[in-house]
Every structure is written in structure tokens, then in C-alpha cells.
Design a protein around this ligand. Structure first.
Ligand code: ZN
Length: 296
């Protein structure tokens, strides 16, 4: 169930399950920290994730240290775990700052630019929709409700134990892709789409707490949100049913829902989204994160 295969290279791989200081030192030098940081390798023990657009990063420091991304204080668990993510088009140069007493480590992190699949559609007028004002209001309420549960900062640290695909279906849609109609860009696609018949079971990609189940949202139809902690959530769209209810704790791999084609969907499939608060992440990158099994 834990995916520790061929996912990371070089130092990160070496350090994955090795926490002692000499490996932390290797990791720190591999990442090019300043000399000061070498004096205290406990400041940043491990940092996993690709420093690229759409990525979720998971780090570990000594419990009790504080962590900032620019001016934003990140939640640090009692095991020293923290997380943050980069949006699809993020090119900002962040300063990750870890503080212990009067010792401080600062690391610059600038997500690398990615190429997304852009389809240009010319000479075709984009279909003009005249949605009912009632539908517009409904959709507004739906997105408010989803936004609220995505903005919670729960204490659980299930985001740090690795992720598995929620479906065995063929991948039919990827993160970041976008259609441009007569030069006018449409909304990018933010999930992974998996092919699957209506009723096919969906597995929880990581453990967590069910924070939302609504069977009939306007655009996304049957919509389920699982909170993996510290602002990291999974959202599943177009479901035909749920096997769980709000407030339930779920385990990684547990059957939680059924694929469907509810809401504004062109056919049965699973659309899986991952967020860090409002920031929309690439689930394909999240799947590469290792299990940081460093406590218990
Ligand atoms: Zn989709």
C-alpha cells in the first residue's frame, strides 16, 4: 500500500527513511543551504516534493520549531511535519524560513515552470450559454460551500503518509490542460480524470476526515471532500453515490464513493482534485510523495 518505488532521485531518495543528522547534513548540502544552516541540521530534516508548479511539498523539522513561507506561518505538527503547495502558474520566489530559538535557516524555493497541454480551437464560436439565474445562484452557493471546507486547517497529518490513485481506471484528463477558443483561454482543467463505469468504487487516496458530501451540486454533481490535514484536501466530482458521510474517518484505500456522471458531466468518469487551501495542485505530483513514516 505504501508507494516507495522509484519516485525520487539522488539525495532525497537517500534521505527518505533516514533521519539521523549525517543524512540531514547530506540533504542540506544537496539543497545548497548556506553555511549557517549546517550548524544545525535539525532545522530542516527532510523536504519532499518537486519544486515545480502544481506541486505539494511536505517537510519535517524538529518538533517545536516554527516554519514560515514568506510571511505566512505554516502549521507544524507535534512530529515536526508541515506542508505547502504551488499553484499552476506560480513563478514566485519563496523564502522558506525555519526558526529554532535564535537560529534560523532560510531557503529560496522557486517553482520551475511547466508546459501544459494547450489546445487552440479557432473558427468555432464558443457555445453561448444562458444559464438560469437560479442555477447561477446555486453554483455560487456550491463553490462557497466547497471553499469553506477547503479552507479548514485540521490537525491530522495524513498528507504526510503518501497517496495512492483513487481509481484503477485509465487516465483520460490531466492537470493544467486548457482549451483556447479563438484566442480566448477557457478555464484550465485542475484534476486527474479516470475512465470508469457508473458505480465503480473510488478509494481514498490517503486517510482523512470526510468534510463534505453533497449528492447534487450544480456543476460537479455528487461531490465528496476528504481532509488530509494542514489544508490538504481531496475533492471527487460527478459521483453517483457515497459510501461515507460527513464526519467519518477514512483509511487510505478504503472504498468511499462510486463513479458517476452527475452535474455537468459529459459521461461517467472520476475527476480527482487536490488542494492546499485554495491552491489547486496536480494530483499526479501528489502521487509521487513518499510516506514520511518518521514517528509512532
Ligand atoms: Zn475532469
Amino acid at each position: 500500500m505504501s508507494k516507495t518505488r522509484n519516485l525520487f532521485q539522488g539525495m532525497e531518495k537517500l534521505c527518505r527513511n533516514l533521519i539521523p543528522n549525517k543524512y540531514a547534513l547530506l540533504l542540506v548540502s544537496a539543497f545548497g543551504f548556506n553555511q549557517l544552516s549546517l550548524a544545525n541540521p535539525d532545522l530542516l530534516i527532510d523536504l519532499q516534493g518537486e519544486i515545480t508548479q502544481g506541486s505539494l511539498m511536505v517537510g519535517k523539522t524538529q518538533p517545536g520549531n516554527s516554519v514560515h513561507l514568506d510571511d505566512r506561518a505554516l502549521k507544524v505538527s507535534r512530529h515536526g511535519l508541515f506542508t505547502f503547495g504551488f499553484s499552476r502558474d506560480d513563478e514566485h520566489n519563496y523564502q522558506l524560513k525555519i526558526t529554532s530559538g535564535n537560529e534560523e535557516l532560510v531557503k529560496s524555493l522557486q517553482p520551475s515552470k511547466r508546459e501544459y497541454n494547450i489546445q487552440r480551437v479557432n473558427g468555432i464560436a464558443k457555445k453561448i450559454m444562458n444559464p438560469d439565474p437560479k442555477d447561477i445562484e446555486r453554483a455560487r452557493q456550491d463553490s462557497k460551500q466547497i471553499g469553506q471546507v477547503r479552507n479548514q486547517e485540521a490537525d491530522n497529518i495524513d498528507f504526510a503518509h503518501g497517496f495512492i490513485a483513487p481509481s484503477k481506471g485509465r487516465v483520460t484528463g490531466v492537470y493544467g490542460s486548457q482549451r483556447v477558443y479563438n484566442g480566448k483561454p477557457g478555464n484550465p482543467h485542475y484534476g486527474i480524470d479516470y475512465a470508469g463505469k457508473t458505480g465503480t468504487l473510488v478509494q481514498a487516496p490517503a486517510a482523512g476526515v470526510v468534510t463534505l458530501w453533497v449528492p447534487d451540486m450544480f456543476y460537479s454533481g455528487g461531490t465528496l471532500v476528504i481532509d488530509h490535514g494542514h489544508g490538504v484536501t481531496s475533492t471527487f466530482l460527478h459521483l453517483s453515490g457515497s459510501l461515507v458521510k460527513e464526519g467519518d474517518n477514512v483509511l487510505q484505500g478504503q472504498n468511499v464513493a462510486k463513479i458517476g456522471s452527475t452535474g455537468r458531466s459529459t459521461g461517467p468518469h472520476l475527476d480527482w482534485r487536490v488542494n492546499w487551501f485554495k491552491v489547486r495542485l496536480d494530483p499526479a505530483l501528489v502521487l509521487k510523495l513518499p510516506n514520511m513514516q518518521t514517528f509512532k
